[in-house]
Design a binder for this molecule. Structure first.
Ligand code: GCW
Length: 839
């Protein structure tokens, strides 16, 4: 082999796609070596030098990021130079600086703040890649955007892309507590707080800022909206300043959530009445102190008069009084106040059929339209209730014409399986963002309204409740990273489709192999519908334990309490009547064209039927089937789809790194088990309640299943499970033996001889780590420990888990014995075993 050929071979080996262990920490910014063909092409297109104009933060990060990305993806350095080199270069800087120093390269046109322009300029045989920003931050966004194109193998030699963010507000809210825990957080502990103060080591916070910057997110509110008043005390100012220092290099500004009672609780004033001058002066002094330490401090977020938080109602003042007193303290510094629209009464009388939590945001805020200062933004959850699996767009979006708005999207999967289930939320968010409210009978999509485009507001945009924590991979579920990615991309450009976003994310995160791309995209894009199918379709809302962990299935949990997430299912029918004619009148809060659509059963989309109407179970849907049959069918479809995902994912073995492959496989297997639990619980509940049987005969009949209650028990005792629908048969069995002892349940196999997978349904609560051992004919065929992290302390649908023993040879009369060893409070409980189809 000639020397040249040899080095070519070495080069090819070096750029071959890596199949190495990865922990997900790099998220979508892996900058992994490109596949050989893409690398060869990009190798010719990408200049070898980089010329940075200007030194402002975060311009230096833009250069650093480009060098890191090109090194990673192309395996060669970008040489920094101090003048335009003869051989071409990446030229990176603000548009103004490029106009001054390299006018021939500057694109013609303007660029606002945060915007960028990517351009290739060919001059003879030299070519330049120009990354120009409207300001330093825009330049950084441009660098990330160019790297995103490179990572996806896109053509880079004829670029002329000008991108302007859709709205100025692109924020994330952390619900992080000062003790380091995170409310509704599933990605570990806080990146910002520990033990009541800001963490000493903010390295991860800085890395997080980089992830956010790569999406164009420009501010983060670093503590829970259920705010600890202490955060406003003087000793926190330097701590918050340290967080701001860690985030600033990436163009991310810092804000905090505040408690409205602070003038009294922290300031020791006799009152927190918003119209009291001493209270106004106190807010001003606190804002002044923060801005003295953090000149680019972004503002405050305020949850008042909601879920037990104090607010202006204590003094009979309005939300506008409350918002304005705080906003006026921020105003001289250019700060913003986000006032949350999530205000409702959680002690509502459920017996009154006219009561309706969905009305609350509009009823509270619409009358105040025009009374809020211009640096106040009303932050409105995307639907009228609370991040349920299917909600219509909040009518409040069209109900404020003289007030700034932002949409609040929940990235963290509170009601979406808490990062234990994979659910890609972009399709749902898109539904709301693209929904046309028909305000004044004119086109008025939610995205255009919140961006201030419809009612000509100066401020507005997108806020996401983040799903990130200190887990190595940020979210504790590799696929949940896609939700953070999607939020940022939609906040930048809500016109992107969910498929565009999935495609980008998958290719950057898992590489450009076509099979990987297709499989992961399909999984992501089907997941919202699938999750809805097995957790509560037709607008029933997520049928989780609403008064408990918001995770386990519990169909009745939402009824007969003040929290107001009612579905009103009883023996004769199901759904909330929200019509103007006979119901709560919620539908009347929409502009007339939308109200008309929802008011009639005939024109309400099936997906929202039970959110808008109370109907008999036999009500036909637009699709032709009845409501009850659809409830049965969708749950079976949902569970079947998740089972298929497991198979599809298995097809990726060897095409992606084994570490993430195994982790996602385990997660999907768990989800497949959970989908069966949900399916059975919801369908059995509706079967019992409606008395109507499943056309397809599935509900209540489970071939191959043998209940633990029917097994021969040694030590195990029968126990009931609450809610009843979460255990198969009449309940479960528990081993309450003394420490160190075991119990056994022996099942008789009566089928034909053959090889089967055997599923064992057991309960994995989080108060111990019980051990299980399975024997067939006396021989151990499997053993496992119930030590998964599941948010349930009791036997219920959340703790119900499935262990599948594959390839068990069985013949008639064989004994399958499950031996359980309790641990701590965990009783090695069993629900059933199920002999799956023979192989
Ligand atoms: O969905 C509910 C959550 C609360 C949360 C609240 C809110 C931060 O269950 O945990 O509190 O919404 O958005 O304020």
């Amino acid at each position: 082999m000639t020397k040249r050929l040899w080095s070519l071979t070495v080069a090819l080996v070096l750029v071959a796609p890596p199949v190495f262990a990865e922990n997900g920490h790099a998220a979508w910014l892996r900058y992994a070596a490109l596949a050989p063909d893409a690398a060869a092409r990009a190798g010719a297109e990408v200049p070898r030098a980089i010329y940075r104009l200007g030194a402002d933060v975060p311009l230096d990060r833009a250069e650093e990021e480009l060098r890191r990305g090109v090194q990673g993806m192309l395996g060669r350095p970008l040489e920094p130079v101090n003048a335009l080199p003869a051989g071409g270069a990446i030229v990176v800087g603000t548009l103004a600086s490029i106009r001054t120093s390299a006018p021939a390269l500057a694109p013609a046109g303007d660029l606002p703040a945060d915007a960028f322009w990517l351009r290739t300029v060919h001059q003879g045989d030299r070519s330049f890649t120009v990354i120009a920003g409207g300001d330093a931050r825009g330049t950084l966004y441009g660098a990330f955007a160019w790297l995103r194109r490179l990572a996806q193998g896109q053509l880079l030699d004829a670029l002329d892309d000008r991108e302007v963010p859709y709205a100025p507000v692109r924020w994330v809210d952390q619900w992080d507590n000062l003790n380091g825990s995170i409310e509704r957080g599933y990605g570990g502990n806080s990146l910002f707080w520990a033990n009541g103060k800001v963490r000493d080591d903010l390295t991860r916070a800085g890395e997080y800022a980089r992830l956010l910057a790569s999406l164009g997110i420009n501010a983060v509110s670093i503590n829970n909206v259920n705010a600890n008043p202490l955060v406003l005390s003087p000793e926190f100012v330097p701590q918050i300043a340290r967080v701001a220092d860690a985030m600033r290099p990436w163009g991310v500004r810092v804000a905090i959530a505040i408690d409205f009672g602070s003038p009294q609780s922290v300031g020791k004033l006799p009152t927190y009445d918003p119209v009291d001058p001493a209270v106004a002066a106190w807010w001003k002094a606190r804002a002044d102190a923060l801005y003295a330490a953090i000149p680019d401090f972004a503002g405050f977020v305020l949850k008042a008069d909601s879920e037990g938080r104090v607010g202006p109602s204590a003094y009979n003042r309005t939300h506008a009084d409350a918002a304005n007193v705080v906003a006026r303290a921020l105003k001289p510094h250019g700060g913003i106040l986000f006032y949350r629209g999530f205000v409702y009464d959680h002690h509502m009388d459920w017996r009154n059929l006219k009561n309706d939590r969905a009305r609350a945001a509009y009823d509270n805020f619409h009358p105040l339209d025009g009374q809020f200062d211009d640096n106040v933004i009303i932050q409105i959850k995307h639907g009228p209730i609370d991040f349920q699996v299917r909600e219509p767009a909040s009518p409040l979006f069209a109900g404020l014409e003289r007030t700034n708005e932002a949409i609040e999207l929940q990235i963290t999967q509170e009601y979406f399986g808490q990062a234990r289930h994979q659910v890609f939320l972009a399709p749902m968010w898109k539904d709301t963002l693209d929904f046309d409210m028909r305000a004044h009978d004119q086109p008025s999509t939610v995205k255009a309204i919140v961006a201030g485009r419809v009612f000509h507001r100066p401020l507005g945009g997108f806020v996401g409740v983040a799903n990130s924590g200190d887990a190595e991979n940020w979210t504790n579920n590799h696929l949940s990273q896609a939700n953070l990615y999607a939020f940022g991309r939609l906040a930048w450009n809500p016109d992107l489709s969910a498929a565009d976003i999935a495609g980008e994310w998958t290719r950057q995160t898992f590489g450009t192999d076509p099979q990987v791309g297709k499989t992961v995209d399909d999984l992501l894009l089907a997941s919202w519908r699938t999750y809805e199918n097995y957790t509560g379709p037709l607008g029933l809302q997520t049928l989780t334990d609403i008064v408990g962990n918001h995770y386990s299935v519990a169909v009745e949990a939402s009824e007969e309490n003040g929290w107001g997430q009612w579905h009103r299912a009883d023996a004769s029918g199901v759904g909330m009547d929200r019509t103007v004619a006979t119901g709560t009148g919620f539908i009347g809060q929409y502009p007339p064209a939308v109200a008309k659509l929802y008011e009639s059963i005939e024109t309400t989309p099936d997906d929202l039927l039970l959110f808008m109407h109370h109907v008999p179970y036999t009500q036909p849907l637009q699709s032709g089937t009845t409501v009850i049959q659809f409830i049965y069918d969708s749950h079976y479809d949902g569970a079947e789809t998740v089972a298929k995902w497991v198979e599809q994912w298995r097809g990726l073995r060897g095409l992606i790194d084994d570490e993430r492959y195994q982790a996602v496989l385990k997660q999907l297997e768990y989800q497949a088990g959970q989908a069966i639990v949900w399916r059975d619980a919801v369908t059995r509940w509706f079967h019992k309640t409606s008395g109507i049987s499943d056309d397809k005969g599935r509900v209540g009949s489970y071939p191959g299943r043998i209940e633990a209650e029917a097994a021969q028990l040694q030590g195990y005792q029968l126990s009931t499970v609450t809610p009843w629908e979460t255990a198969s048969g009449s309940g479960a069995v528990e081993c309450r033996a003394a420490v160190g002892n075991t119990c056994t349940a022996t099942f008789k196999y009566a089928g034909a001889a053959g090889t089967h997978d055997v599923a064992v349904e057991y309960f994995d609560v989080n108060t111990g780590a019980a051990h299980y051992r399975a024997r067939v004919g006396g021989k151990v065929v499997a053993e496992w420990t119930a030590n998964d992290r599941i948010p349930s302390r009791k036997l219920d649908g959340g703790s119900s888990s499935r262990y599948v023993i594959s390839g068990v040879a069985l013949k008639p009369g064989d004994e399958i014995q499950i031996e359980g060893t309790p641990d701590g409070q965990e009783t090695a409980a069993l629900d059933y075993i199920e002999i799956l189809g023979s192989k």
